[in-house]
Design a binder for this molecule. Structure first.
Ligand code: BES
Ligand code: MN
Ligand code: ZN
Length: 504
């Protein structure tokens, strides 16, 4: 396992005393009733601690104080809840994550949340308890599989999270789909983090089978011969320079009525992107191991949907290739023929993601006639220039699908921002020798021209492209619900979308 498994339980009251107690404080240092009770029994310790620190009760404020000797617990952690109203799944998960941040700095093995006096609008007390716990769980994931010299005692020690609530049964029930969501996010992060000598197309396809078959997801793996028969010249062109054979993995979850058209997700799975003959500079090239994060989000999503037995029919298709320079690699200027029949002049072999996706999208649309198609891809560096790591780029041919996605983004915390697509941008892909070229001639609007390229492989089906190059991997800071590195971006977003709009 890549982390300590955190046990989460919901109880009416706690019995263990060798624990860290967590209580909530609202903006303006307003104590929750549990915090008030503790403050009274400790003769005002909590108030003093807040006044002598920069703790205001905002979301993100956490204060860890050693419990006085006569109080039979190890520690008291104050957690900022911000304003008293307006809680959502995102804010509660963030708060739970911030609490984990404070707990990870201690050697405590058990934490007890006394936050049961909260409920909010449509969220019951059970929902609130479950959402807080799931945020803590999400933040607890770490990847230390290859650390052979790390000392056990230097790692976070938290093993048990006990949430005190008036209604443990309803909290347990609300936690089931959130646990499924966390499991999907963890799988996404795990495969995105694994180095490329471990995760390459063939081993990745095996990993997908190992993870999803036990959950009754149907899996078909197409090899290069199969794809050649289908005419997937663009995807195969990208993989041509690699010693590793390419794969297309098709996953099906049939949780909906048998006559329901499926929804479809498509992921870019470039297991390593050197750029190919248009070789990338060496600095930070290792980061291109996460160039399969779009596919990882799709695989993680399938795990979540199957684990929570979502009442929907879903197909997911991931194109798995490695982009390497080689004597047999595609060259700038080569012309490839896609499965759609359209030809592409490859002006830059580093614009490979769109070549993988164009065949995967065409295949998905032709074979499954889906209600919609959403693809996820670490497609362009330009999207990180435009939006940083704070929003994924959203491109679409359908306003309704876009509005739904934006709403799910808002609720889940996986933020999105829509960018334009127009015929004038589309024209920039005109090639003098083939139906299109894979990049425009200048460097302008690189994320948009990439989206325009993809749209040429989508007919009338409602389609959205999420460019997640900036949001899938965040190295410069921890997020409330994720450590540095792979964020699992996309899993919660799309689980929310399915839950709100597509389940029977
Ligand atoms: N995988 C990269 C995009 C990327 C960049 C992902 C940074 C994550 C972080 C993609 O295949 C690529 O190389 N795109 C080129 C396109 C260019 C050649 C038009 C880019 O963004 O520079
Ligand atoms: Mn590239
Ligand atoms: Zn790439």
């Amino acid at each position: 396992m890549t982390m300590k498994n955190l046990k989460v339980q919901f109880l009416k009251e706690a019995t263990n005393t060798d624990v860290a107690i967590v209580v909530g404080v609202f903006s303006g240092k307003e104590l929750s009733s549990a915090a008030q009770f503790l403050n009274d029994t400790t003769h005002g310790l909590l108030k003093t601690a807040m006044d002598t620190n920069h703790f205001k009760g905002k979301i993100g404020d956490v204060l860890s104080i050693v419990a006085p000797n006569d109080l039979k617990v190890r520690r008291i952690i104050l957690a900022g809840f911000g304003k008293k109203e307006g809680f959502s799944q995102k804010t509660l998960q963030d708060i739970g994550g911030h609490i984990y941040g404070a707990l990870a700095a201690t050697p405590d093995k058990e934490a007890v949340f006394h936050l049961s006096d909260l409920s909010e609008g449509s969220l019951s007390k059970g929902d609130v308890a479950a959402m807080l716990a799931s945020g803590t769980l999400l933040r607890s994931w770490h990847f230390n599989k290859y650390m052979t010299k790390q000392k056990e005692e230097d790692l976070p020690q938290l093993e048990t999270l006990t949430v005190i609530t008036e209604d443990p049964e309803s909290a347990e029930k609300a936690f089931i789909p959130l646990k499924a969501q966390a499991d999907g996010v963890f799988l996404c992060r795990e495969v995105a983090t694994e180095p490329c000598n471990i995760i390459y197309p063939e081993s990745y396809a095996d990993k997908i089978k190992d993870e999803l078959k036990p959950l009754n997801v149907d899996i078909d793996v197409l090899n290069e011969k199969d794809m050649k028969k289908l005419g997937m010249g663009c995807l195969l062109g990208v993989g041509q320079g690699s010693r590793k054979e390419s794969r297309l993995v098709v996953m099906k979850w049939n949780g909906g009525p048998s006559d329901q058209q499926p929804v479809a997700f498509v992921g870019k799975g470039v297991t390593f992107d050197t750029g190919g003959i248009s070789l990338k500079p060496g600095l930070n090239m290792h980061e291109m191991k996460y160039d399969m994060a779009g596919s990882a989000a799709v695989v993680g999503l399938m795990k979540t949907l199957a684990a929570r037995k979502a009442k929907v029919n879903v197909v997911a298709v991931v194109g798995l290739v490695e982009n390497m320079p080689d004597g047999d690699a595609i060259r700038p200027g080569d012309v490839l023929t896609s499965m759609s029949g359209q030809t592409v002049e490859v002006l830059n072999t580093d614009a490979e993601g769109r070549l993988v996706l164009c065949d995967a999208l065409w295949y998905t649309q032709e074979k499954f006639n889906p209600q919609f198609m959403i693809n996820l891809a670490t497609l362009t560096g330009a999207i990180t220039i435009a939006l940083g790591d704070l929003h994924g780029g959203l491109f679409s041919n359908n306003d309704e699908l876009c509005d739904r996605l934006k709403d799910s983004a808002h609720k889940s915390g996986d933020a999105l921002w829509r960018l334009p697509m127009t015929e004038d941008y589309n024209k920039l892909l005109k090639s003098p020798v083939a139906d299109m070229q894979n990049i425009s001639n200048g460097r302008m609007a690189g994320s948009i021209t990439a989206a325009q390229f993809l749209e040429r492989f989508v007919n009338d089906v409602p389609w959205a492209h999420l460019d997640i190059a900036g949001t899938a991997w965040i190295d410069n800071r921890q997020l409330p619900t994720s450590a540095k590195g792979a964020t699992g971006y996309g899993v919660r977003l799309l689980d929310q979308l399915i839950k709100d709009h597509y389940e029977a």
